[in-house]
Ligand binder design. Structure first.
Ligand SMILES: Nc1ncnc2c1ncn2[C@@H]1O[C@H](COP(=O)(O)OP(=O)(O)OP(=O)(O)O)[C@@H](O)[C@H]1O
Length: 618
């Protein structure tokens, strides 16, 4: 399979985005049961309540029209002077209609309330599901643009799905109301129903056509929309402001924004103008149908075939049914469109990670015996033709401190990610105490490793929370957090901050304090000390520390992790030489391995790099 299509799946129901037919719309509706199941899972009580209230509500229009007919017939009788006790009956009927009107109002409010609460819960529920699922996926899946677009679409449509929820519910309610009204209308004159459909269908087909176009347009624009979001972020964000100013990039950024957004505007305008014109035409057709029916009823009333009460009942039923049918049909197109968007949502959940915990997997060996052995390990990123690591054969012994050295892009970080099973090797295998790493419990493996990456996250949270992310179950263990901070030299910094460990960090939220690059690194390093691990990995998280601080950090690190295995990546040889052994990588391959002294004696690549740096200090 080609690299690009690795995560592409056959779309559900095989719907092509560009050319949707009526049948495809109908087949998209097959997503609705899954959708309603999700709604039910969100809150069964509310879903049931909404269903029952809507059912009652759907019978009310017919009941009101019928009572209205009885009232008018009664009034006509009284005005003719027919001697009956109809005065009493009349006021009872008026009372009933008043009661029905009040129930309608109350039910409308209750339904809107439940819909809005259920909608909020549903949006939260699906957002959590998306985050939970995203957390299970492999790192390389995030690096695949097809996957990324799919995740974006699944994420963005949270609001759309909430709307879809009330649309589906209203649709069911309106269909039931229609059936009630149709029953009444058929009893008097079935031909009127036919007229109703003839008047409405052109409008429905027009709506469908424009919705197809709109869906294809929006879907086709997803990559550009992501770019637009990114440009918006570049143009107005605390993270980018510095470079944008220094390099005077604002013109460049706004030009790109204008080009893209201008194109969107043009495409969308064409669509909405067309839709408005045709919409007006179809609406006129609908009115013509209604008035034709009205004339027929009036003529029959004049002929004396129907009473005045029936005239109002039929005209009222016809008018309401026209409104209902129109909204049912229009809603059908937007529901089926929403249902097509659900494809993206369900497809996202169909993407399964390949690096998964295996049933009956082994716990991490504590203590490690022989360590990690790389056997002819090679790795290539999904979106790349080059090998980032190749032919790696070496052992990271239990208790050993191994430093990785190599020029930029030599494959040091990749090697570390393979150790943590963020990726699995493309070829070869990694053994832990003689057993393939894949046989071990994934969570236990990561629990027994402490890794700080060069591009660690600067959480816009408090000082203490930033450290606690290293072992989140201990987030309330303040003494553990403080000890970790002491070990990484971050505690001196906490003491200087106004709110100490409760100091909000970063600029994004109120009272946040921005730290320097080196200060952030000390905070991040403390995360490594939050748990007692078998293997510590520091992937250049000290690059921004001054030479003295880095020396101090690593000296402590060596002392504090005595007897534990560790992998260090650093471009500073004063740090690297502290390691038991040094592994030199070049273009992903191992070129030398040995102690500092051994490698200097060998006068190879390491000696060359070491002398190059030493010369700079002379
Ligand atoms: N996510 C990725 N997708 C595709 N290629 C990648 C990815 N990450 C790294 N690479 C490529 O893999 C190679 C090795 O990268 P790696 O980050 O392992 O190097 P490194 O030795 O850690 O470099 P540095 O010293 O600059 O941190 C590089 O050619 C890089 O371009």
């Amino acid at each position: 399979m080609s690299e690009k299509s690795r995560f592409e799946k056959k779309p559900r129901n095989s719907i092509s985005a560009d050319n949707l037919t009526f049948r495809q719309r109908l087949s998209a509706l097959s997503n609705l049961p899954g959708f309603l199941k999700l709604v039910w899972q969100t809150n069964p009580g509310m879903t049931l309540a909404s269903g029952i209230l809507r059912l009652i509500r759907s019978a009310l229009p017919l009941a009101m029209l019928y009572v209205g007919k009885l009232i008018i017939d009664e009034v006509v009788e009284i005005s003719k002077g027919t001697p009956t006790n109809s005065h009493d009956d009349l006021w009872i009927l008026v009372g009933i209609e008043f009661g029905l009107a009040i129930i309608t109002d109350v039910l409308n409010r209750a339904i809107t309330l439940i819909d809005s609460l259920l909608g909020d819960l549903f949006s939260n529920f699906t957002s959590v599901q998306i985050m939970d699922h995203a957390a299970t996926l492999d790192l390389d899946q995030f690096e695949d643009s097809v996957f990324y677009d799919k995740m974006e679409r699944a994420r963005q449509q949270t609001i759309g799905r909430t709307m879809l929820l009330s649309q589906v519910m209203s649709q069911i309610q309106d269909i039931i109301t229609m059936l009630f009204l149709a029953g009444g209308l058929i009893a008097f004159n079935p031909w009127l129903i036919l007229l109703l459909f003839v008047a409405i269908i052109p409008s429905f087909l027009g709506e469908s056509h424009f919705n197809d176009k709109s869906y294809a347009l929006t879907r086709g624009q997803t990559p550009e929309r992501r770019e637009l979001d990114y440009i918006r972020f570049l143009g107005a964000s605390d993270e980018t402001a510095k470079e944008v100013k220094i390099f005077n990039l604002s013109g460049f950024i706004t030009d790109r924004f204008k080009t893209l957004s201008g194109k969107f505007y043009k495409d969308n305008k064409k669509l909405v103008v067309g839709r408005a014109g045709w919409g007006a035409f179809f609406s006129v057709l609908g009115s013509a149908g209604y008035y034709l029916a009205y004339v027929i009823i009036i003529l029959r009333t004049i002929e004396g075939k129907v009473s005045i009460g029936e005239l109002t009942f039929l005209a009222g039923s016809f008018r309401q049914m026209r409104g209902l049918l129109e909204s049912i049909l229009t809603r059908f197109t937007s529901i089926s469109q929403g249902a097509i968007y659900l494809n993206d949502f369900f497809e996202f959940f169909e993407i399964k990670p390949r690096i998964v915990p295996v049933l009956g997997s082994l716990p991490f060996p504590v203590p490690m015996k022989t360590g990690f052995a790389f056997e002819n390990v090679g790795f290539r990123y999904v979106n790349s033709d080059r090998w980032a690591n190749r032919y790696l054969n070496f052992t990271l012994h239990a208790g050993e401190k191994l430093a990785l050295v190599g020029e930029n892009g030599a494959g040091k970080s990749t090697l570390v990610k393979l150790l943590a099973r963020l990726y699995d090797p493309t070829e070869g295998r990694i053994l832990l105490d003689g057993i393939d790493l894949k046989q071990y419990d994934l969570f236990d493996l990561r629990k027994n490793m402490g890794i700080i990456f060069q591009d660690f996250l600067k959480y816009q949270m408090t000082f203490a929370q930033n450290i606690a992310t290293g072992n989140i179950v201990e987030k309330d263990n303040r003494s553990l957090i403080e000890i970790a901070a002491q070990k990484s030299l971050a505690d001196l910094l906490a003491k200087r901050l106004p709110d100490h460990y409760d100091q909000m960090l970063g600029k994004r939220f109120a009272d946040g304090v921005e730290l320097s690059g080196g200060e952030w690194q000390k905070v991040a390093l403390a995360r490594a000390y939050m748990k007692d691990t078998q293997l510590m990995i520091l992937d250049e998280p000290t690059a921004a520390l001054d030479a003295r601080a880095e020396y101090e950090v690593f000296e402590r690190f060596a002392e504090l992790t005595k007897g534990k295995s560790a992998v260090l990546i650093s471009h500073r040889f004063s740090t690297v030489r502290m390691a038991d052994r040094i592994l030199v990588l070049d273009k992903g391959e191992l070129v030398e391995i040995g102690s500092h002294e051994e490698l200097l004696d060998r006068k190879g690549r390491y000696a060359e790099l070491f002398n190059l740096q030493a010369m700079g200090y002379r």
